[in-house]
Ligand binder design. Structure first.
Ligand code: C5P
Length: 309
């Protein structure tokens, strides 16, 4: 019998920055309750699935050597979840092209997992609904559902329960990528430790920030950006204080640590300002490299139109 080898499917998935990240107390299951506002940014990874004998993962692009290619990679777990659901063999190669910093607090691993779910749903013609994919995404990690959805969204629970947030306009960002990464669980543990010692303050609610997003005015948004994990990331990597100062000195409206860090995200007044800030920051010697990005952008999407139908 002739078997038809499906065409490769290519999916792009965005990075994210948390505009507001309020962390509650440690729960019995090891997670923290969050109230967070995510925004998906144009800095993205691309995942291609294609025919192979057995399952394999390979990685190219920025910092590729730092990404595991074995079953500890979330894309591997995503493939195993969907193949078990579909009852198909995992005869696929998953190629990840990294544009998102590795262990950078920008949901790079989550983006790859979300992209793999979308790619394999099409590749194996599973026809799973968005809601079903959400269920798989939440099993894989707290940020994976947002990587599927993109846009701007309020996340609660572990961060996996999402409600879209209305925004006007595109916001312009400069990202300062650090040497090395920070482990998310280690940063959460550091925050628990700092809180046990009596510091630092906790963020309030996100109401004002959500209102500022509807105005589309980055000057209104800038003073409202906040991240409870920032104190923990700075405690683990004190050099980030200099990076944050340098971005504001270079003309950004505000700077925050992105998620669990160590990437620093700077909100700029417009696209030209972002280019200017990135040039000055690149010359300041306070980070490994800089990127310009904008948001909100869509979540994980198939790029290869021919493979869609
Ligand atoms: O969900 P995910 O596997 O990406 O989370 C990685 C780690 O980050 C968790 O094991 C936990 O230590 C920490 N985390 C947390 N509270 C959250 C999300 C993540 O403590 N809401």
């Amino acid at each position: 019998m002739l078997s038809v080898v499906p065409r490769p499917v290519v999916v792009r998935a965005p990075s994210k920055v948390n505009l507001h990240l309020a962390v509650g107390d440690l729960r019995d299951d090891g997670y923290h309750d969050l109230t967070t506002v995510f925004q998906a940014l144009s800095l993205a990874d691309t995942v291609t699935v294609s025919a192979a004998d057995g399952l394999s993962v390979s990685v190219v692009g920025d910092d590729a050597a730092a990404v595991p290619t074995d079953r500890t990679n979330l894309v591997w777990k995503a493939a195993e979840l969907l193949s078990a659901e579909a009852g198909v063999e995992t005869d696929v190669e998953i190629l990840i092209d990294k544009g998102i910093p590795v262990a950078g607090g920008m949901a790079g691993g989550s983006a790859d997992a979300a992209a793999t779910l979308v790619a394999l749903n099409a590749y194996w013609k599973l026809d799973l609904s968005r809601r079903e994919l959400d269920g798989f995404a939440a099993k894989l990690g707290s940020d994976v559902p947002f990587s599927l959805h993109g846009g701007t969204a309020l996340g609660t629970g572990r961060g996996e329960q999402l409600v879209p947030v209305l925004t006007r306009n595109t916001f312009h960002w400069v990202l300062a990528l650090a040497k090395g990464g920070l482990s998310t669980p280690v940063v959460f543990r550091e925050l628990d430790k700092l809180r046990a010692e009596g510091t630092p303050n906790r963020l309030g609610d996100a109401d004002d920030l959500i209102h500022a997003l509807t105005t589309g005015d980055p000057r209104q948004l800038a003073p409202l950006l906040g991240n409870d994990l920032q104190a923990a990331a700075l405690s683990l990597n004190p050099a980030l204080r200099r990076t944050l100062r340098a971005g504001v000195d270079a003309g950004a409206l505000a700077g925050i640590v992105s998620g669990s860090g160590p990437t620093c995200a700077f909100l700029c007044s417009d696209a030209q300002s972002a280019v200017d800030v990135s040039a000055e920051l690149a010359g300041a010697g306070v980070c490994r490299t800089v990127r310009v990005a904008s948001g909100p952008v869509p979540g994980a999407r198939i790029l290869d139109k021919a493979a869609k139908g």
